[in-house]
Design a binder for this molecule. Sequence first.
Ligand SMILES: [Zn+2]
Ligand SMILES: [Zn+2]
Ligand SMILES: [Zn+2]
Length: 163
Amino acid sequence: MYLSKTPSYRKEYRRKYHSKHREENNRAVRKRVAKLKNLKICVRCGQVPARTDCLMCQVCTDRTAERQRLLRLEEKAIVLAHYGDKCACCGETEPIFLTIDHLDIAGNQHRKQDPSAMDIAKWLIRNNFPNGFQVLCYNCNLGRHRNGGVCPHQQRKESIKCV
Ligand SMILES: [Zn+2]
Ligand SMILES: [Zn+2]
Ligand SMILES: [Zn+2]
């Protein structure tokens, strides 16, 4: 088989091609966006007037929002599949209630200072699922942070044990 026909060669070629042309493409996109912005035309579809408060038309705004919503759900599902799909404290399994909690509360503050970690699911995927995180529901997450690092559920269990 010719080297140029192997999938890995083609993949590598595509990668090189894209990185070589990325700058040019970006420049072309920026130019197109600036032009449409000036004309007050939707920068996404380039077909219809943009909303007065937005660079896109209503249809494109809705479409983008929906795509972002689906992407966020997908990222959350990937992260939950990795860290466990139920609350580590009370066992809640409804994904809408579940959040990712930094085991170390000081680390949590640090993470808040890093703007790239604002979207925690994206950040965890990009950083290859580091240790030190757990799945908690909103209640237990809030309970833990308001209660100095221990969810009141756990305290209740402890006090029952002590009696
Ligand atoms: Zn549009
Ligand atoms: Zn919980
Ligand atoms: Zn709890």
